[in-house]
Design a protein around this ligand. Sequence first.
Ligand code: ZN
Length: 239
Amino acid sequence: MEAFELRAGDAIIPVGLRRVAGAKRFTLRVRSATRDVMLTMPRRSSIASAREFAERHVAWIQARFGRLPKPVRFEPGAVVPVRGEGHLIVHRPDQRGAVWIESPADELAPPRLCVAGGAEFVVRRVRDYLRREAARELRLAVGIHATAIAVTVASVGVRDTTSRWGSCSAIGALNFSWRLIMAPPFVLNYLAAHEVAHRVHLDHSARFWALTQRLAPDTDRAEAWLKAHGAELHRYGAD
Ligand SMILES: [Zn+2]
């Protein structure tokens, strides 16, 4: 994809270009998941004119970026959601193990996500842990839904997707965003049901939604949750 970088004060903002045959003018969109800008333009316009347009609207772009949720690194002291509940990351350099969850005796204190080993590995260990947990729970949920409607699934994988929470290929390879482990369990369960239902209906027809609802009665609630909070899940774990 064509792209350029836009200087906005101290920040460098990536701008991706999308040429659209029917587009009559330039339009800008700030994307929160990828923290970049998408510029839609007429097919024959030059990159120079697109850049000029973006530069003219740099104040607008900066204002939009200012309103995005701040990125949260997986480092000690940060609070990250796990299964919909905030967990405080605590570094335990002297302890054995990798990453584990502790519930403090004080019920008002948040549960802790404890990380052993060197400080330089904390970010990666938390990320690996969440990815593993996501894969494990998604495999479990997919297995339950697939058994319920007697369909087969070729594989279940997790990735860091930005445009979709899940996908189902024609041969039944299911892929999900590992970030779903941060959402409440009914959301993860719904996504698993959604992709399994695609093993029967490859579209989003009324029959597809009826089947998804049957597998996951929380479908509407989960869709509403993703619409309201989904973008926030992308603020965690930035490098
Ligand atoms: Zn779908």
